[in-house]
Write a protein that binds this ligand. Sequence first.
Ligand SMILES: [Zn+2]
Length: 284
Amino acid sequence: MPELPEVETMVRGIRPHVQGRRIAEFRACPCDCRPMLVEPSAREIARRVRGTTISDVIRRAKRVVLKLNSGDAFVIEPRMTGLMLIDAPPDPDHLRYEWLFQDGGPVSRLQFWDRRGLGTLKLLSAEQLDYLMGVDQLGRDALEMTASHWVDVCAATSTAIKVALLNQKRVAGIGNLYASEILHLAKISPLTSARQLKPAQIDRMTAAVLEVLHTAIKYEGSTLSDGTYRNALNKAGGYQNAHRVYDREDELCVTCSRGKIIRVVQAQRSTFYCPVCQPVRRRK
Ligand SMILES: [Zn+2]
């Protein structure tokens, strides 16, 4: 958390307010917390970006990218608890960095807030951006995956499909929460080897990825019980109410009304699934 839908919501929330704006100043907020990873130093970044204009705001996988007219770009990865805000933060104590604008308009600042401080903020040159954000380093975006792309990804690994969905070098943007939701909608057991998926299952998974992620974006993401994730206006998302399996262990499956949701651990992460809708196929 935040995954693709939450980061896409951040990008859509801040873009109309910061695109085309001139950065008067970038600075660290007074914060007593453990410092987060920033490259190069905040002082060096401040020097390089003063007076530049934000030319574009895009999402790359689970990162927010602020492109500048100088060719440099901020790449911000919220990781566990990071937020991009144009309104008052959840609290002032975990504000980390801010961009100040002095060219008029109702929004005078953009802020990065992070309670746990595991997020990262980097200023990259155009060359670094092209290399580090290219598909060789970071897989194709989940929203751009077709069935034939999925056939290639699945043929390349015999790991369980749930674990394969989380490999960002193969497909970028899907995290632990949405992986369980996607496989439930596609009626695929998370324990199935990626390589053993049948063409019909891959077709269902291709459609389920798009349906789950686009619907989650429409609802502005999922705010879990810890309440951390908020949109750019510090409001909760709404997709948590539509979760079919995530964090619903022992509840009755909403699809079949027969199976009880099971939680298992795969690669140190919780997986939730319905044993009735998502049976494990016997190997032939
Ligand atoms: Zn079910």
